[in-house]
Design a protein around this ligand. Sequence first.
Ligand SMILES: [Zn+2]
Ligand SMILES: [Zn+2]
Length: 330
Amino acid sequence: MKVLGQVKKSVILGIISVIMRVGRCKLCGRRMIVHLRYANLSLCEDHFINFFENRVLRTIKRYKLLKDNEKVAVAVSGGKDSIVLLHVLNKLAKDMNFSLSVLHIDLGISGYSNRCRELVEKYVNEYNLELNLMNMNSEDLSIDEIASIKKLNRKLCSICGVIKRYWLNRMAYEIGADKLATGHTLDDADQILIQCLISGDMRQLYKLYPIVYSATHPKLVTRIRPLFESPEEDILLYAKIEGLEFIERPCPYASGALSLDIKKLLNEIESRHPNTKLSIYRNFVKKIRYLLDVYSEGEIGTCKICGFPSSVGECSYCRLKRRVLEYRKR
Ligand SMILES: [Zn+2]
Ligand SMILES: [Zn+2]
């Protein structure tokens, strides 16, 4: 009877200690805010913030994204990913000895772009940062305008991509930045990886790396993606805990894009098989990417119209601009 009593007592104590630990931060025992299934780790607010920022720092160090004393142009759309990227880099800048300059493109989407711009301006003013604005209305090339042209509106997302890639590189170059940082996430990395397999675009797949030197051209700024190992659900939680304001509505033109379906599918797999998203990307980098070395670009040509990098005589942006003008004349 005595032995049985002791067994019962130890079982009860065991259950109590499990109950006490459930809902507690693994590192400090305070109330947990999140359980990260991919790492089997429960964390409180403070330890989650540390965990998140340290992961970005590790990505920066592992892939040698930054050097001492560099000027980093940060592309900020006003969405959660780029606002979080800016916030983390802003925290790291002093210790790591780099300076920041913010780039924002007003795409001219009515009822949307104004709000994005306001949110970026608010952050920049609060932290006294430098802001470089490009307004697509002043180029007569707003997304609303392009959407109104029947022949172009089906490819709107890729056209928007052309505009952003072109102006972000050009603005970064014109302010003398050493690096151009974008808020691409782990979810973006996996999604692009799958889309490259679907389309067979191996050149694009080769570039799926946290730092892209790619082709050499005097007017091409090296791109970095410090959030490439951070999943979007963590980015959202980080933004909420840090009280960051960002645009919560999706772009009004983005519905039905293949990229969104791929991300949804990846999250379904992740929910049943934790750590899938990071494994896909890490294994690609470790075991597949070097096999694609043949797809690395050596040098790239120059656009005869604007003087910026282009693989053909006229860059995609100048071509777009010319075509929009032609449609407008009709
Ligand atoms: Zn804690
Ligand atoms: Zn051009």
